[in-house]
Design a protein around this ligand. Structure first.
Ligand code: FAD
Length: 265
């Protein structure tokens, strides 16, 4: 690991001013991704600005038809939250199946969303549950947020403060879990809002994405059969040591169907 200066921010404004004052800084949330990256010398920031002491960045609130998860809320807290279990059980279940207990107690929603790992679970929740990502500067619709492999719409100096999920009538998240890490080989979130349906996939492409063809078919007929013959072309998917793009395409169809099956039981 290269040397760096460690700073503990007292509030979001303090974090923002430290970010703009430092040479090549990085925000530190749970450190679950950032610290291994530093240990492997894949990044060498001049300064780490720790958000861990900022109380305003922690916690969950239900505001009308929205569930607001503040950026420094660990996955385990989302999974166990009575409010989330009641309003959005699919989100609690997604959070409770991330990684292992250590990762769930350290890793945060803000760090996960900012990182935009192609196999992370929360990006599928953000897209499927029509979320808005709130930063210290603006609000960004999830549809405009995930831009590429580990690439988001966040600009320099921008800090995620919360993720605001719209509560659906019904939703389910199904994932083919990597047996070692827990990351999604493929994960699919299906959510129903009145006559509208959202289908979001993670693990399969360079970043999470929606499958509009499945959404339209499910809006016409909300049954597993309605999407039985819809395939995402492997040409737009990733193949790697875990499995081929063709297999990922197959998994998307299977897991989307399973999500709809769960919702129509
Ligand atoms: C062994 C292992 C297994 C895992 N399994 C899964 C899994 O099954 N599913 C899954 O989804 N994830 C998984 N993860 C990822 C994990 O859940 C964390 O979400 C992820 O590591 C990032 O969150 P963090 O809080 O640790 O962020 P950090 O590692 O601290 O930060 C990650 C990046 O986000 C930036 N950042 C952090 N917070 C903010 C913010 N508020 N605003 C702007 N930028 C910010 C940092 O500067 C850094 O670039 C796994 C990780 C490990 C190590």
């Amino acid at each position: 690991m290269h040397n760096f200066q460690y700073h503990r921010a007292s509030d979001v404004n303090d974090a923002a001013s430290k970010l703009s004052a430092c040479d090549d800084p990085k925000l530190l949330a749970g450190g679950m991704t950032l610290l291994p990256t530093l240990k492997n010398r894949l990044a060498a920031p001049s300064d780490l600005i720790d958000l861990g002491n900022i109380a305003a960045l922690k916690g969950i609130a239900v505001e009308g038809k929205e569930v607001v998860v503040r950026a420094m809320t660990p996955h385990a807290v989302v999974a166990a939250s009575a409010d989330v279990l009641k309003a959005l059980p699919a989100l609690a279940s997604l959070a409770g199946n991330i990684g292992d207990p250590a990762v769930r107690h350290r890793g945060t929603i803000g760090g996960s969303v900012a990182n935009s790992d192609p196999a992370a679970d929360y990006p599928a929740a953000c897209l499927g549950l029509d979320a808005v990502i709130e930063t210290n500067k603006r609000k960004i619709a999830a549809d405009d947020f995930f831009l590429g492999l580990f690439e988001t719409a966040l600009q320099e100096g921008e800090i995620i403060t919360a993720v605001r999920f719209k509560v659906p009538d019904n939703a389910a998240y199904m994932k083919f879990r990597h047996p070692a890490s827990g990351y999604a080989v493929v994960g699919v979130m299906v959510a129903k809002y009145g006559s509208k349906v959202r289908v979001a996939v993670t693990g399969a492409g360079p970043h999470a994405f929606r499958v509009t063809e499945m959404e339209k078919a499910l809006e016409a007929s909300f049954t597993p059969a309605a999407i039985a013959n819809i395939k995402v072309s492997p040409e737009q998917l990733m193949g790697d040591i875990h499995c081929s793009a063709v297999y990922r395409s197959h998994l998307i169809s299977v897991y989307a169907r399973r999500a709809v099956e769960q919702m129509t039981k």
